[in-house]
Design a protein around this ligand. Structure first.
Ligand SMILES: Cc1cc2nc3c(=O)[nH]c(=O)nc-3n(C[C@H](O)[C@H](O)[C@H](O)COP(=O)(O)OP(=O)(O)OC[C@H]3O[C@@H](n4cnc5c(N)ncnc54)[C@H](O)[C@@H]3O)c2cc1C
Length: 428
């Protein structure tokens, strides 16, 4: 007999929710987390769309450590000396079904883990699973140091940089084009100052994404989220780009922080946290198989993340996938069949949910971003020049707007513009 019904590897977003569902179903479940506390090693921008959290914990808002409800969106095309920004505020952002919050993982993840613990899941912290135990090709448990622990089913919720996925299913590690490197700082400022600078009411905040000069014209982008009394600011750039870059990403971040449109927002703040992490960028086409004999993958271990330029989503996918993984594992245990066939309902359920449907819908986006370098240098400068033709007045006779715009379009080439536009529309 196995030591546990289920072992969950990793306690980020997916793991504790999977463990919660298993414990709620009366199953013995062990969560193994390498961080000395849950969330110790985890990074996100981080803006959490709460729909999937609400599905598991309807009353989460009463106890979860949320920072600010996002009520303002900004997307900026950043040229070295200018910023062209779309600034959106919308009453619907305050409606329960659309709500999203900024979160800090060092606070949020321990709360999520505590929900699983209260439901009966056992946790071991500070131990990394080094290998999977296998018998006749079937996963039967985990090895950590000298310890071997067995289970009828193992759930891999160990995030994007999983060393265990290739041992579990027929998949290789993601390529440098399929993962990006993220870097982030948390900057402390008084609560009131943040509200004023973000033009937000008390308790509400802003999500701000940048494309262009944030990454010095490389594929990737910048982000800025307002928390209660801190601001999260950072960059994401594909590993393939950064390997060949002369400028290290931490230097790019310092330059981004000094950009004239960013510096006033963080002025006077103190850096209280600095972190780096990989993030999955390959999308649907890069995903590994989601089940094997005795094993399920949930969250970013299965590369369930989308960076669509205007929004980054991984946490809501991970929570929804963790929930379904827990439920499917519990159903398979009940039926006495945790083979790949017995666990197959997991993939079917995700196909019927937003998780695989959204990943599928946005499957072309990573390729579009990577193959459209003009998005990151030419277009932000074009947007700047278009705005200059509208807003700069010095007493010399103005040109009709159409005449001012035509040379700009000519500079990129009409064909290139049409091609990029058509590919961009198809990717979304
Ligand atoms: C810079 C950046 C910005 C982002 N911004 C956003 C955002 O704004 N919104 C959003 O929704 N998503 C965002 N994401 C993505 C989001 O953070 C992830 O998609 C999400 O955290 C995935 O959850 P997960 O549970 O699958 O993995 P993780 O949260 O990474 O959790 C994996 C856990 O497994 C543990 N672990 C790993 N290996 C082992 C092992 N061998 N043994 C034991 N434990 C192990 C880790 O310590 C960790 O606790 C961002 C990511 C980055 C890097």
């Amino acid at each position: 007999m196995a030591d546990f019904d289920a072992i969950v590897v990793g306690s980020g977003c997916a793991g504790p929710v999977a463990a919660y569902e298993l414990a709620k179903a009366g199953r013995s479940v062990l969560v193994v987390e390498r961080g000395t506390f849950c969330g110790a090693k985890n990074v996100s921008g981080g803006r959490l769309y709460t729909h999937s959290l609400r599905a598991v914990f309807p009353d989460f808002a009463q106890s979860a450590p949320l920072e600010r409800r996002i009520a303002r969106e900004r997307i900026t095309m950043l040229a070295p000396d200018a910023a062209t920004t779309l600034d959106v505020s919308d009453e619907l952002m305050r409606e329960e079904r659309y709500e999203s919050y900024s979160v800090l993982r060092a606070r949020f993840d321990p709360w999520l883990a505590s929900q699983a613990e209260e439901a009966g899941a056992e946790f071991i912290n500070g131990i990394a699973v080094e290998a999977l135990l296998k018998q006749d090709g079937r996963v039967t448990g985990v090895r950590a140091g000298e310890d071997e622990i067995t289970a009828d089913v193992v759930l891999l919720c160990d995030g994007v940089n999983s060393l265990l996925v290739p041992q579990a299913v027929a998949a290789s590690r993601p390529t440098p084009h399929e993962v990006a490197v993220g870097i982030k700082q948390v900057i402390a400022l008084p609560e009131r100052v943040i509200s004023d600078r973000a033009l937000c009411a008390d308790g509400e905040g802003m999500a701000w994404l940048f494309v262009g000069d944030a990454t010095g014209g490389r594929v990737g982008g910048g982000f800025l989220y307002t928390n209660r009394d801190t601001i999260s600011i950072g960059l994401v750039a594909t590993v393939a780009e950064m390997v060949d870059s002369d400028t290290p990403i931490y230097q790019l971040l310092e330059e981004f922080k000094q950009h004239p449109s960013v510096a006033p927002i963080i002025a006077g703040g103190t850096v209280v946290e600095h972190s780096g992490h990989l993030v999955a960028e390959g999308g649907y086409d890069a995903m590994p198989p989601l089940v094997g004999d005795g094993v399920l993958l949930a969250g970013e271990s299965a590369l369930m993340c989308v960076n669509a330029g205007y929004t980054v989503r991984g946490m809501d996918f991970a929570i929804a996938a963790g929930r379904q993984a827990g439920r499917s594992a519990a159903a398979a245990l009940e039926a006495g069949d945790t083979s790949a066939a017995g666990l197959a309902g997991y993939r079917t359920a995700l196909e019927e949910s937003f998780v695989l449907q959204d990943l599928k819908t946005l499957r072309r986006f990573p390729h579009f971003m990577e193959n459209t370098s003009r998005m990151f240098d030419t277009y932000p400068q074009l947007a700047r020049d278009a705005m200059r033709s509208l807003f700069l007045v010095d007493g010399t006779p103005v040109k009709p707007v159409r005449k001012a715009m035509l040379p700009l379009a000519k500079r990129v080439g009409y064909l290139n513009l049409a091609k990029d536009l058509s590919r961009g529309v198809k990717a979304l």
